[in-house]
Design a protein around this ligand. Structure first.
Ligand code: ADP
Length: 307
């Protein structure tokens, strides 16, 4: 059974239903990807690597992971911390605004739980996925241990996957981000950047610019996403452009890239060629943006995937 580890943070998501009612769910980039991968590729072991607390919401989150059939052997329980949380509101023009409570979340401590048994388990996987958000969440004092672990896993044959997913407010400075991203690009075997993510950091404005920027690193598989525009892939030196059919009634683009990533990696782990993987990933992303929230209801998603 193929196995992929998604390392990062899952949060409590709050969304206004009306003036006095909030809808509560769980979401976070790596979690979203893990869920959509598992829904499309049940035969792959999709495992989440994070730290939660010992509170009621952490308990509910663990149940939610299990209900989505994710592996939870590396979901650690911090004795004092609680999960991060965000509130999302969409205005009448579809613009989203987020309010976060995540600066002291349990997930920031995930690397503290690494030990030889944890590293052995991670080394038993086919892939390790982390994002720019994962890097921002890991505490600076734990970075050396994190990067040493990535090097060890790579040496053990694990494929390292990185999505830059840039969130300016999670970083102290652009220089700090660039320094961490450089280490990530240097370790990655697969990278799935979005044009927007790299715009602010490196002044790149197109998929071609992104590819040119990334060509300085030794990344075997690059998949550049650009919203409704074509996806560009450079795999084993072969450049391909993949047409995307724009969705007309976009409801909420949260997690489009996450769904794309999860399904793309699931397809590749299952042996699909790049163009089949992109087309399945794009189909999943298109379904997700026609529904509110990061995680589309399972029945709606599964039905739409087989149509
Ligand atoms: P992110 O969520 O990381 O910003 P993008 O906005 O680039 O990612 O979108 C990721 C993928 O979602 C795209 O490559 C595409 O497949 C799909 N997607 C995004 N927006 C649209 C859209 N308006 N119509 C159809 N597909 C879309």
């Amino acid at each position: 059974m193929k196995k992929i580890f998604f390392l990062g943070e899952c949060m409590v998501e709050l969304r206004a239903v009306d003036n006095t009612t909030l809808n509560q769910a769980f979401a976070g980039d790596v979690y979203n990807s893990a869920v959509y991968l598992k829904r499309c590729f049940n035969e792959i072991n999709s495992v989440i690597v994070t730290a939660l607390g010992k509170d009621v919401l952490s308990e509910k989150m663990r149940h939610c992971f299990a209900a989505e059939q994710l592996g939870t052997q590396l979901v650690f329980a911090h004795p004092e911390k609680v999960p991060g949380m965000y509130y999302i509101e969409t205005d009448e023009h579809g613009e989203r605004s987020f309010t976060y409570w995540r600066s002291d979340s349990a997930a920031r401590k995930v690397v503290d739980f690494f030990n030889p048994a944890v590293i052995d388990e991670l080394a038993s996987g086919d892939m390790l996925f982390f994002s720019g958000i994962s890097l921002a969440v890991i505490e600076p004092r734990a970075r050396d241990i994190f990067w040493q672990t990535v090097r060890d896993l790579k040496a053990a044959g694990v494929t390292v996957v990185f999505d830059p997913n840039y969130r300016a407010r999670l970083w102290q400075s652009v220089e700090e981000t660039k320094q961490q991203y450089e280490l990530a690009f240097k370790s990655a075997d697969i990278s799935l950047p979005g044009v927007e993510d790299l715009q602010v950091l490196y002044g790149v404005n197109s998929v071609d610019d992104v590819l040119a920027h990334m060509s300085q690193f030794d990344i075997n598989e690059i998949v550049v996403k650009n919203g409704p525009e074509s996806v560009l892939t450079l795999v084993d030196g072969q450049l391909q452009s993949h047409q995307i059919t724009p969705v007309e009634n976009v409801v909420d683009t949260t997690s489009a890239g996450d769904a794309f990533n999860g399904v793309y990696l699931g397809a590749r782990l299952s042996g699909a060629c790049v163009s089949d993987a992109v087309s399945k990933a794009a189909k999943a992303a298109a379904i997700v943006i026609q529904q509110p929230g990061a995680i589309t209801a399972k029945d709606i998603f599964n039905r739409a995937m087989v149509d």
